[in-house]
Design a protein around this ligand. Structure first.
Ligand SMILES: [Zn+2]
Length: 346
């Protein structure tokens, strides 16, 4: 039975930390950009006191630059920004890790983009898998040289299991501790198939990048309880929903605009989080907007982390999980999760 860890992503300063002890995911192009950014990240880490700190390589930044048609440099001898152009290599990733000392570092990758048609997805995978293999191997080599005590996860940039087999046959031999995978719009059956494939390859630790969809959280919590030694998840939804004045239901994480909360059903009004317990949901409707956003942010983070923890605890019991899912997922997603669990245990 493994652990599950939920890390807050997208935090840039200590003012937005949702709780006294917050597990964090930071990324290299933000946290390691220059001395000022490193000092800021160090202050954040000191305040957050994370039990788990994950340093992501910054593939997402590469994807953003790529989608804007911008060039990306690969010069390990130059800074991470050269005349405003992103310059990112495995050396930058490991140099940043040597300063910030995360628990887990994710190797550099070139993310594959969302593509509608199968032929386009295959072309996107083919265009990037060689550089992804090279980046994984280089990051693994540098990590073994400078930071053998820190766990390394290899990023999975594949749409299908056969593509993963191609990638992993080229990198699986290097020393690493787990894999990191974005879900994008992957369905539950595919997610379960990837989990089964990881298990069959002997992979024991998995990080899921950027999701807050309850069915994905439920399946990941189950996989942590019954399949892997470690599953971590990062997310920013708690923060973005708060920015849009949206409140996440403690029951099933569905969101509702704060204007509607005071008239809505009790599923949005009985929250035990440390922020709501001091005042009713009706009260914070009348707060000034800035205070309201902070309150929503802290509440949304707490209910997401709590949802995952409770799901994991229930999955570990090995009985009654199906009934628990009915209360915690909107129909018909609870039956989708049960079907996906069957994929893990054929
Ligand atoms: Zn609350």
């Amino acid at each position: 039975m493994g652990e599950i860890v939920y890390t807050a992503a997208g935090i840039s300063n200590e003012g937005t930390l949702p709780s006294a002890r917050t597990d964090l995911l930071l990324n290299v192009p933000n946290a390691g950009l220059d001395n000022k950014a490193i000092k800021q990240a160090q202050r954040l880490l000191k305040k957050a006191q994370p039990r788990c700190f994950i340093l992501d390589s910054g593939g997402y930044e590469i994807l953003k630059e790529e989608s804007r048609g911008k060039q990306i440099l690969h010069d390990p001898t130059k800074p991470m920004k050269v005349n405003g152009v992103l310059n990112l290599t495995p050396q930058h990733v490991i140099d940043t890790a040597r300063i910030l000392m995360p628990d887990i570092v994710i190797a550099l990758d070139y993310p594959i983009r969302k593509r509608k048609y199968r032929c386009d997805r295959e072309a996107e995978f083919r265009a990037k898998y060689r550089i992804n293999i090279r980046c994984a191997l280089e990051t693994a080599h540098l990590r073994m040289t400078y930071l053998p005590q820190i766990r390394l996860f290899l990023p999975v940039q594949c749409y299908t299991i056969p593509q993963f087999d191609v990638f992993y046959s080229a990198v699986g031999h290097v020393s690493h501790d787990g894999v990191a995978m974005p879900i994008r719009n992957m369905n539950l059956h595919n997610l379960a198939s990837f989990f089964r494939c990881f298990r069959d390859h002997g992979i024991r630790q998995v990080h899921i990048l950027g999701t807050a969809i309850p069915r994905n959280l439920a399946l990941s919590a189950y996989a942590a309880a019954c399949v892997f030694d470690w599953v971590s998840i990062d997310g920013t939804t708690w923060r973005w929903e708060a920015q849009s004045m949206k409140y996440l239901s403690p029951c099933d994480l569905s969101s509702i605009h704060i204007k509607s909360v005071k008239e809505c059903s009790t599923r949005y009004q009985s929250c035990l989080c440390p922020y709501c317990s001091r005042r009713s949901v009706r009260d914070f409707y009348y707060l000034p907007d800035t205070e309201k956003r902070y309150h929503l942010m802290w509440h949304n983070y707490w209910v997401t982390a709590n949802y995952i923890t409770k799901m994991h605890e229930q999955a570990k019991l090995n009985q009654g999980f199906d009934k628990y899912l009915i209360n915690r997922l909107k129909p018909p997603t609870h039956s989708d999760v049960l079907q996906a669990i069957k994929v893990l245990h054929p």
